[in-house]
Design a protein around this ligand. Structure first.
Ligand SMILES: Cc1ncc(COP(=O)(O)O)c(C=O)c1O
Length: 389
């Protein structure tokens, strides 16, 4: 055993699917080729000015420079509660039903450690955000995949979950608007989730990373607005995508009070909360105007239409998503997700994500992120049209 050998837990993590593609990107760039990446979903526009101004003021105040509490400042918990009431019609007790998180990723990962024992089971949407499977594996538990069925609007068929798996499961990760498929929650699905969770005593974790990024008049609901949801679940709300704040690390867990307190109890052993200035800026973001978000969504919708139009022209049958910053499309006949992503890189010097990166049910699809400036997206789709038609 070498001194730097990883733990068995870490060794058990599946290999990073993007590795080979990343190597090829680096090779092309080194050869002077102008590669356009539509791979990662990281908003390219700056954080809205009113949030930056709140941060500037907060960071200049020395009282924000000391250890925060990881229960969160009153201002931020109140701002989340106010936002949930106004935006979703969901009542949140700011004292007991919300704790800030250092991003949704941290929260989801730590929920695995708060609720899963070794050998435990978590149900994870497939395809899905990688932490739904990586978190359980690192907690020495087992992620059981819930394939998202295109014919069901990219919802899992809960009736198809084997009874012995449902009986063992303690956590269930769902996410709408959905990464990577761009799907919005099918009518009635959250209600099914609540009754499934009640029947099998499973804590639902709804990852609400994209509710503020929607198009064509669609308004995404909170899972917590579903009758009975608070009895069986929590929601993780992140400021990363809607507010262009991926670098700030600002999110929260809201909902079932006992589950929220258990998460907090775990966190007191792990981290020391969000920088107080970020908490104040986060509160300003949530209390702020909706205009900047609406304008951002117009930008994404314009890019979405550009991408969807170009893909249809080259024969890819794709529907325009009503939410998220992704276009999810089937790969052409004769290709796997990876072989198609490699072809696009080779022929057009454009990076798309192979769907299989997000789980086995992502095979046969690729994902395009809309977080690249308009002119670069236009250039990328032009190249795809030219080289792949
Ligand atoms: C579904 C989903 N959840 C969570 C995250 C991460 O959010 P955060 O920046 O708050 O950690 C992402 C980021 O891509 C995501 O797509």
């Amino acid at each position: 055993m070498g001194i730097a050998d990883p733990s068995k837990r870490l060794e058990a993590m599946p290999p990073y699917m993007f590795q080979e593609l990343e190597r090829q990107i680096a090779e092309k760039r080194a050869a002077g080729i102008d590669v356009i990446s539509l791979g990662i979903g990281d908003p390219d526009e700056p954080t809205y000015p009113y949030i930056v101004a709140a941060m500037q003021e907060a960071v200049a105040d020395p009282s924000t420079h000391r250890y925060p509490t990881n229960r969160g400042r009153d201002e931020l918990r109140a701002a989340f509660a106010g936002f949930y009431e106004r935006r979703f019609g969901v009542e949140i007790d700011a004292e007991n039903e919300v704790i800030p998180a250092i991003g949704a990723k941290e929260c989801i990962y730590n929920l695995c450690f708060a609720f899963l024992d070794r050998g435990g089971v978590a149900l994870a949407s497939d395809p899905g955000y990688p932490v739904y499977t990586g978190g359980p594996i690192l907690a020495e538990a087992t992620p059981e995949l819930l394939p998202l069925v295109p014919e069901l609007g990219f919802a899992p068929d809960l009736g198809a979950v084997p009874p012995e798996v449902a009986a063992q499961a303690r956590l269930m990760f769902v996410n709408y608007p959905n990464n990577p498929t761009g799907a919005v929650v099918p009518e009635g699905f959250f209600e099914l989730v609540v009754s499934f969770a009640r029947e099998h005593e499973i804590l639902v974790v709804h990852d609400n990373a994209y509710s503020e990024t929607t198009y064509d008049g669609y308004v995404a609901p909170s899972f917590l607005a579903t009758q009975g949801a608070k009895e069986v679940g929590v929601e993780v709300f992140s400021l990363s995508k809607g507010y262009n704040m991926t670098g700030w690390r600002c999110a929260a867990i809201l909902g079932n009070a006992e589950a929220v307190q258990t998460y907090w109890r775990l966190k007191t052993n792990i981290d020391s909360g969000l920088f107080d200035a970020v908490q104040l800026a986060g509160a300003a973001a949530l209390d702020g105007p909706s205009g900047p978000l609406e304008r951002m969504n117009e930008t994404y919708a314009r890019r979405r239409d550009l991408v969807v139009g170009a893909l249809r022209e080259i024969g890819v049958e794709v529907s325009a998503p009503k939410g998220t910053i992704y276009v999810w499309a089937p790969v052409p006949e004769g290709h796997t997700s990876t072989s198609f992503a490699e072809l696009v890189l080779e022929q057009a010097a454009v990076v798309v994500s192979p769907g299989s990166m997000y789980g086995p049910s992502g095979e046969g699809f690729f994902r395009i992120a809309l977080t690249t400036p308009d002119d670069r997206i236009a250039e990328a789709v032009e190249r795809m049209r030219e080289h792949l038609a």
